[in-house]
Design a protein around this ligand. Structure first.
Ligand code: IPM
Ligand code: MG
Length: 365
């Protein structure tokens, strides 16, 4: 990607704490004054439902497809709980993932040294932790057909979802995991439930086949997903890259987030396959969600959103030095002792979203 045209960014702050944390991302973008960003902002999730009656409009989707990268905040809120399933705010995010074919979701769980005491786990268990979860994002039970709630006689009902994966779906996400492992410690652990699910057995066999054919130099191990959930809290540093499906990836990444101290710390990148014009469809989002309980109170931790932007610099624009600079600025703010509520140890002083943003922007310059 050349830098002689501005990077086209679509910002979708969404609901809850989304707009607050994305406002801090904008400040970080502005502080990188040697880079030119052309930012368009639009609605998604509950905000789009309130404006247009649907969680993602065709126009917004078209803009997302045309952008170099989408920066996403969060969607959802209790006021939308009673909406029919197909019109919930979450659908906005899921249709972006599906339509942009963002099949590879990268969720790094990194323990920043100043936060080693903020985890609910013992310091020695998580100090130096550096895991990368590669979650399949456009298949599995999230999208499988048939699905639905089917009426049964006597007013009873049956809920159906389908967990399904094909060889190609498994190979393309596994390839991403192996390639990224090659740039790290060279180890992939693949998680499924091959003991009870055919789709899990296929997952294991296809990952093994791809490994043998294309990545013999990477170390590959397999683990049942329930065992991995246990191992993640028992001895998380045994993992380098974790490869897993959509649903297990959703669950295991929330668990991994807590190893780092808080959900408020975990960024993510969702990537597709390279397009003929050279762009890679990409969406970056903090994994924490909309946190309606603290929305609008200037309490949210903006770090996951800011680290997601750092991932955007790295993966969409190949600006490794700038990505590292943003990450160092976050580390510096933490080293100065700044803590939002979610990462504060008992009795510690708590700063606001904007104060955390101030410190990170200051550390950048
Ligand atoms: C995530 C979230 C989403 C998911 C929701 C908001 C649809 O939990 O990105 O992990 O389940 O994938
Ligand atoms: Mg989740």
């Amino acid at each position: 990607m050349t830098t002689n045209r501005p990077f086209q960014i679509l910002m979708l702050p969404g609901d809850g704490i989304g707009p607050e944390v994305m406002a801090q991302v904008r400040r970080v973008m502005a502080a990188l004054s040697h880079l030119r960003f052309e930012i368009t902002e639009d609605l998604v999730g509950g905000a789009a439902i309130e404006a247009h009656g649907i969680p993602l409009s065709q126009e917004t989707l078209a803009q997302a497809m045309a952008a170099d990268a989408v920066l996403f905040g969060a969607v959802g809120g209790p006021q939308f709980d009673t909406l029919p399933f197909e019109s919930k705010p979450e659908r906005g995010l899921l249709s972006l993932r599906k339509n942009m074919e963002l099949f590879a979701n990268l969720r790094p769980a990194l323990c920043f040294a100043p936060l080693a005491g903020a985890s609910t786990l013992k310091r020695e268990v998580i100090e130096g932790l550096d895991i990368l979860i590669v979650r399949e994002l456009t298949g599995g039970v999230y999208f499988g057909e048939p699905r639905g709630i089917i009426p049964l006689p006597g007013g009873k009902r049956r809920g159906v979802n389908t967990h399904s994966y094909t060889t190609d779906e498994i190979h393309r996400v596994a390839r991403v995991a192996f390639e990224l492992a090659g740039k790290r410690q060279g180890r992939v652990c693949s998680a499924e439930k091959s003991n009870v699910m055919e789709a899990g057995l296929l997952w294991r066999e296809e990952v093994r086949a791809l490994h043998a054919a294309e990545f013999p130099d990477i170390e590959l191990t397999h683990m049942l997903a329930d065992n991995m959930a246990m191992q993640l809290v028992r001895r998380p540093k045994q993992f380098d890259v974790i490869l897993t499906d959509n649903l297990f990836g959703d669950i295991l990444s929330d668990e991994a987030a807590m190893l780092t101290g808080s959900l408020g710390m975990l960024p993510s990148a969702s990537l597709g396959a390279r397009l003929p014009d050279g762009r890679i469809p990409a969406l970056y989002e903090p994994i924490h969600g909309s946190a309606p309980d603290i929305a609008g109170q200037n309490k949210a931790n903006p770090i996951a959103a800011i680290l997601s932007f750092a991932m955007c610099l790295r993966y969409s624009f190949s600006l490794e030095a700038d990505a590292a600079r943003v990450e160092r600025a976050v580390e510096r703010a933490l080293a100065q002792g700044l803590r939002t509520g979610d990462i504060a140890e008992p009795g510690a002083a708590v700063v606001s979203t904007t104060q955390m943003g101030d410190a990170i922007v200051a550390a950048l310059s």
